[in-house]
Write a protein of this length. Structure first.
Length: 88
């Protein structure tokens, strides 16, 4: 079941730049580094308000880095699981 999408507040990078008193390019850089989590829909980004609440805590960046590390190890994990399954 899809949650009520109309209740989710999202912003454009331009709106976020204005709110944070940054340039639009800086906001795109922050998105690229994972410090602001954004969803790319077609050719445009939308930033959920919940992502902005973590801008100053660094939590989004920590999660982004953890995910990158997980992805690096994914093939090794899949290989280990395949080997374990063969032994069953």
């Amino acid at each position: 079941m899809i949650s009520n999408v109309s209740s989710i507040k999202v912003y454009t990078p331009e709106q976020v730049a204005e709110m944070l008193q940054l340039s639009k390019n800086t906001v795109y850089d922050l998105i690229g580094r994972g410090e602001i989590i954004a969803k790319k829909i077609g050719k445009v980004y939308r930033i959920p308000a919940s992502s902005l609440s973590f801008v100053f805590t660094g939590l989004d960046h920590d999660l982004f880095n953890a995910e990158k590390e997980d992805i690096k190890e994914l093939s090794r994990i899949q290989e280990t699981l395949a080997n374990v399954r063969k032994q069953l």
